[in-house]
Design a protein around this ligand. Sequence first.
Ligand SMILES: [Zn+2]
Length: 73
Amino acid sequence: MPRGNSTGPAGQGAGAGQGQGSRSQGGDRGSWNGAGPGGQCVCPACGTKTAHQQGAPCFEVACPNCGQPMRRE
Ligand SMILES: [Zn+2]
């Protein structure tokens, strides 16, 4: 029985990877970028700068010069 050198169809081994897009949700929250300790508050009205106090947002701090709410510089 002569067997022909039949090259069968090459197995397509490239199975489409069923990637389960499981992105890690959540993660570490609480990493508040922006208002870190230190820094300064600046008055938008008169330009007075004060040291930013931790726990007191600048917009809750009144300018010592003119009384306007400060801004985070
Ligand atoms: Zn001011």
